[in-house]
Design a protein around this ligand. Structure first.
Ligand code: SF4
Ligand code: SF4
Length: 200
C-alpha cells in the first residue's frame, strides 16, 4: 500500500497577513473574494504573471507572505480594469493592486524593476509637478545600476530615436508647474490622512 504521507492534523493558517492586507485603503474589498477565477480569465497580462489575482488572494489568505510579495503579479497589473468590470463581487482589483504596490515598496520589496520605475516616476512628479522623460530615465537607471543602464539604453535606442524625431521626448528639462508648493501640500495632507486611516 502506498504511503501518501498525509497528516490528519488540520492545517493551521496564520490570519495576520490577511489582516494586514485588509487594513489597506481598498483592502477591505478583498474579503469578498469568492475565488471564482473571473479575474484570472479576464486579465490582460495574466500570461506574464507568476500568479493570477485570484491565486494571489489565496496566498494572502493562507499567510504566504514572502511568496505573495515576491510574485510579480501586482507589478504586471496594467490597470486595464477588465477584472474590476467583471468581478461578480465588485472588487476594485486595480485599486487593490495599487495599494499592494505601495505597501510592497514601503516594506522594502523594491527589487523588481517596476518598483524602481514607480519610485522614479513619483519622485519626478514631486520634483517639478510633471514628468520629464529624461529625468525619469536618469532616476531609474541611477537606482538600477550601470549594467542595466547600458543594456536598457541599447535595447530602447530605436524607440528613443523615434520619440526624439517626433518631438515626444524633449531634451531640455521643462520648468516646474505653477503652484508646485500647493501641490506638495495637498499630497502631504492626503498621505497624512491615509496613514491615519491605515493606523485605525
Ligand atoms: S473575479 Fe472577484 S471574486 Fe472572482 S476570484 Fe477574482 S477577485 Fe475573487
Ligand atoms: S486591472 Fe490588472 S489585474 Fe485586472 S485585468 Fe487588468 S491587468 Fe489584470
Amino acid at each position: 500500500m502506498t504511503d501518501l504521507n498525509v497528516s490528519s492534523e488540520p492545517v493551521k493558517y496564520n490570519p495576520d497577513f490577511a489582516k494586514e492586507i485588509y487594513a489597506l485603503e481598498s483592502g477591505e474589498h478583498v474579503k469578498l473574494c469568492m475565488q471564482c477565477g473571473m479575474c484570472a480569465l479576464s486579465c490582460a497580462t495574466r500570461e506574464e504573471m507568476d500568479y493570477s489575482p485570484r491565486k494571489l488572494f489565496l496566498l494572502m489568505r493562507v499567510g504566504k507572505r514572502e511568496e505573495f510579495f515576491k510574485a510579480n503579479t501586482m507589478w504586471m497589473c496594467s490597470t486595464c480594469l477588465m477584472c474590476k468590470v467583471r468581478c461578480p463581487r465588485g472588487i476594485p482589483l486595480a485599486d487593490v493592486m495599487h495599494d499592494l504596490k505601495s505597501h510592497a515598496i514601503k516594506l522594502g520589496y523594491t527589487e523588481r524593476p517596476q518598483a524602481t520605475f514607480y519610485q522614479s516616476f513619483w519622485q519626478e512628479i514631486l520634483n517639478k509637478g510633471r514628468v520629464f522623460e529624461g529625468g525619469l530615465m536618469a532616476r531609474y537607471y541611477l537606482k538600477r545600476g550601470w549594467s542595466e543602464m547600458t543594456k536598457g539604453l541599447f535595447e530602447m535606442r530605436d524607440l528613443g530615436m523615434t520619440m526624439l524625431k517626433h518631438n515626444r521626448m524633449p531634451l531640455k528639462s521643462p520648468k516646474s508647474i505653477k503652484g508646485l508648493k500647493s501641490m506638495k501640500q495637498i499630497i502631504e495632507r492626503a498621505q497624512a490622512q491615509m496613514h491615519r486611516e491605515e493606523g485605525r
